[in-house]
Design a protein around this ligand. Structure first.
Ligand code: GRG
Length: 296
């Protein structure tokens, strides 16, 4: 099976699992309809599902006894919360996400804020519920995701990013710090959580973390290049925002050509870490390369 067929199959499984593992919004489970509708609105808008796919691909290297899918969906819930909050008027104030009006545009600001809160919390409900019979695994997964999402990493990276926007320019070191935490932390967690479900050894977990760190930087550099070169329809989010906001990015610091080379270097480093993992790494290697070549 070729990579894109396999990728589409996995994404289709992820979509089914999201539908099954996130509360209903039609009142069928007697739950509160509006908040669940807002959670599903943002989750089911068709993101690229990079984080769940990475988690599932990492787990597959180890032929896991436990099902990695709930962990994969927990990652997507947490990621989607961060997008919903990032789009709010008090942060990026954006109107378009995943090709649709942002959550606060579709609903209202309070509903979007609460939907983000509920998605963040639901990620941990999924981990505690689905891995509860394997307490050590559940604890390791909760810790990994919580640390990635913490004030030291995802939230901390976002805070530094907001502060950097207020200055005329950030340094290369500041930019790396922001993206190691805002972007790479969740990609690291995706690969490591897949490895944890697969009962990977500490050495393999360390290699997964290294791969995630490099993939995260490559992903962000490509994101900056796309923001500068692609259109909003292709991206499904507002293009050209960084330059308009005078934001320091890999493109503004280094120019497009050097930014592309840096993304290639980070991808090469990720591929090297993936090659040192056991099992059939072909799909994970191709995924890493396809993230470099992505168009949105
Ligand atoms: C609000 C705590 C908090 C954090 C926000 C995710 C984020 C941090 C900000 C969004 C803006 C941004 C460019 C973040 C860098 C990470 C990134 C490229 C996110 C977009 O992820 P994709 O491209 O999105 O995987 P889809 O929609 O495909 O899932």
């Amino acid at each position: 099976m070729d990579t894109s067929t396999k990728l589409n199959q996995i994404i289709a499984q992820v979509e089914v699992a999201i539908d099954q593992l996130v509360p209903a919004h039609d009142g069928s489970d007697a739950g509160p309809v509006r908040i669940h509708a807002a959670m599903r609105y943002s989750l089911q808008a068709g993101g690229k599902r990079v984080r769940p796919v990475l988690a599932l691909a990492a787990a597959a290297l180890f032929k896991p006894a436990a099902d990695p899918m709930p962990a994969a969906i927990a990652l997507e819930c947490l990621h989607t919360y961060s997008l919903v909050h990032d789009d709010l008027p008090c942060m990026d104030n954006d109107d378009l996400r995943r090709g649709r009006p942002t959550a606060h545009r579709q609903f209202d600001e309070a509903t979007a804020l609460l939907a983000g809160d509920a998605l963040l919390t639901h990620a941990f409900v999924l981990l505690a519920t689905h891995y509860g019979t394997a307490p050590q695994l559940a604890t390791a997964l909760v810790r990994e995701l919580a640390e990635a999402a913490s004030g030291a990493r995802l939230v901390g990276g976002q805070m530094q990013d907001l502060l950097a926007e207020k200055k005329t320019s950030a340094t290369a070191a500041e930019l790396d710090y922001i993206h190691l935490n805002k972007t790479a932390a969740m990609l690291e967690a995706s690969l490591v959580m897949g490895g944890l479900v697969g009962e990977a050894t500490p050495v393999d977990l360390a290699n997964l973390r290294t791969a995630g760190r490099h993939l995260g930087l490559a992903f962000q550099i490509v994101d900056d290049v796309l923001d500068a070169t692609a259109d909003s329809t292709t991206l499904g989010k507002t293009a050209g925002k960084d330059a308009k906001a005078g934001k320091t990015t890999y493109v503004s610091l280094h120019g497009i050509e050097t930014a592309r080379r840096l993304a290639q270097e980070q991808t090469t480093a990720a591929l090297e870490a993936i090659r040192s993992l056991p099992g059939d790494t072909a799909f994970l290697l191709q995924l890493a390369e396809s993230l470099l070549a992505r168009a949105k």
